[in-house]
Design a protein around this ligand. Structure first.
Ligand code: AMP
Length: 280
């Protein structure tokens, strides 16, 4: 496995790989890797001959007062995990290389970024779409793999990929969970043991609502209430930003929940902002 730090070196490597007939599978990450990220590496491996993983904590997707500075980082461990998992290249640029002082260009996807996360994290998706565009242009992937854990992100990035004519196969990977059901996340490392135990509350809430849906309940407000009620039984102090039932592709709120819709949630659990979702 080889690590590459400069965009120019990564760009010329990608050109060489393509010229020699390789197909490139890209897995963009912010590091502090876990089994969720590793599952994306496995998928990229299956769908392409060369796997490029990027490690970059992208400052433009964090709002003021969010955790950019404190975001967990452990590059040594990340590189060991990727090496063992069979990644071929790791692109890990510096912030100043990606965003030099005179940086001026941003990519935005309209409409899809207004609701859910977009409402609570203004500017977040502009940062995500900008960095992913840059990574696409530098790494020239044939395939790019993203996790459904970040549901709105995959819908927004998939739309961007189509709208901007990137010749890239866009793959959505299922959410990998801990044994108790907590969606794996780098931010889970913020919890102490007792907080970590309660962090499963969101998933338990989603499961309770899905059980209600399967029993015939289709009113989104009722399902949202099931999520909140169940979660509060596990963690009394949980604070919700939103619970939503939306159409998978359009992100539009469902008047009546239907099979295939996404039930998504964002909440603060012991001060840590978590998101999760399941399909109905
Ligand atoms: P991040 O490092 O949080 O930016 O995530 C990098 C990629 O890994 C994104 O495409 C995420 O959606 C994906 N990812 C994060 N957590 C999980 C998980 N638990 N299961 C599957 N994919 C995940």
């Amino acid at each position: 496995m080889k690590t590459i730090k400069s965009a120019r070196a990564m760009s010329s490597l990608a050109r060489k790989l393509i010229a020699s007939g390789e197909t490139i599978g890209l897995v963009p990450t912010m590091g502090y890797l876990h089994e969720g990220h590793m599952s994306l590496v496995d998928i990229a491996r299956k769908k392409s001959s060369t796997v490029v993983v990027t490690l970059f904590v992208n400052p433009t997707q964090f709002g003021p007062g969010e955790d950019f500075k404190n975001y967990p980082r452990n590059t040594r461990r990340d590189l060991q995990m990727l090496n063992r998992r069979g990644a071929d290249y790791v692109f890990m640029p510096t912030v100043s290389a990606m965003y030099p002082k005179d940086y001026k260009t941003y990519v935005t996807v309209e409409g899809l970024t207004d609701s859910l996360e977009g409402k609570y994290r203004p500017g977040h998706f502009r940062g995500v779409t900008t960095i992913v565009t840059k990574l696409f242009n530098i790494c020239r992937p044939d395939v790019a793999v993203f996790g459904q854990k970040d549901y709105q992100q995959v819908i927004v990035l998939r739309k961007m990929t189509t709208d901007l004519d990137f010749p890239i196969k866009f793959v959505i990977a299922p959410t990998v969970r801990e044994k108790d059901g907590l969606a794996m996340s780098s931010r889970n490392s913020y919890f102490n043991d007792s907080q970590r135990t309660e962090a499963v509350c969101l998933y338990r809430g989603l499961q309770a609502a899905r059980a209600a849906f399967r029993a015939g309940k289709t009113n989104p407000a009722f399902l949202a209430e099931q999520v909140q009620k169940t979660a509060k039984q596990i963690c009394q102090t949980v604070v919700f930003d939103y619970v939503a039932v939306t159409d998978f592709d359009s992100l539009s709120p469902s008047k009546r929940a239907k099979k295939g819709d996404v039930l998504s949630v964002a909440a603060r659990v012991h001060g840590v902002r978590l998101i999760d979702n399941i399909r109905l």
